[in-house]
Design a protein around this ligand. Sequence first.
Ligand SMILES: Cc1cc2nc3c(=O)[nH]c(=O)nc-3n(C[C@H](O)[C@H](O)[C@H](O)COP(=O)(O)O)c2cc1C
Length: 232
Amino acid sequence: MRTGSKFGVFLVKKYPGGSGSRTGGRPDSMVEIPHAWVIMPHEQQLWWPMTEITRFIMQRVSTPQLAAPAPDREQLERMFQCAVRAPDHGRLRPWRFVVLQGQALEALGAAFAQTQPEADEARQQRLRSMPLRAPMIIVTIARLDWEHKKVPVWEQQVAVGIATHHIQLAAKEMGYGTMWRTGEMTEQEPVRQYLGLEDHEQVIGFLYLGTVSGEPKPADFQSLEEIVEYRE
Ligand SMILES: Cc1cc2nc3c(=O)[nH]c(=O)nc-3n(C[C@H](O)[C@H](O)[C@H](O)COP(=O)(O)O)c2cc1C
């Protein structure tokens, strides 16, 4: 096991109460505070102290197999409170959310099918059933200001993307699974019409949401060597 000395120092400073370690080994504070040690399965195998929050983020995975029950209204409101804490240049609050369940999912499926009127019945049926892969979909929508002098559209889209991810994290904390999907349906006219999108609005995600069914895949980790550069 290797422990970077930087992490040892960090631990001592950040979490007084444990003796920590500058020389490697497991600092005492790891026992006293809610940390976990995880192993990164790549060539730079590195152990480091994680808080519950970092561990939670690193263990998040998408879960395409979703069943009832879906979150209730109170849980959804907590998720949306997290969503709107996304960083947001200019505080434009460029988001809105549409929650679909029950017949609304069937109506979305009908809109999907309308996008391909020439398709055979099997394809139509497949399109109709796509939104039924979860008991609930939150459609996250960007309300774009194309004329904004300071905040370009891509920054507004990023803000809504982060809001969408905050919902994923909040849902996980409440014990639910999510799967963020997009695809061509986000831009099709029958779908836009069903959702009541205005011209300046764009679907950022169909966030499928529900109770995880089946075994979630383990989180995978990427080697940092090729993607991170440190300069001093
Ligand atoms: C903006 C966006 C759109 C996505 N659209 C799709 C999609 O249409 N279909 C799909 O299978 N995955 C899509 N994904 C990826 C999945 O949501 C998921 O992140 C990916 O399968 C990796 O799994 P993980 O989240 O467990 O790492 C999208 C992700 C993002 C951020």
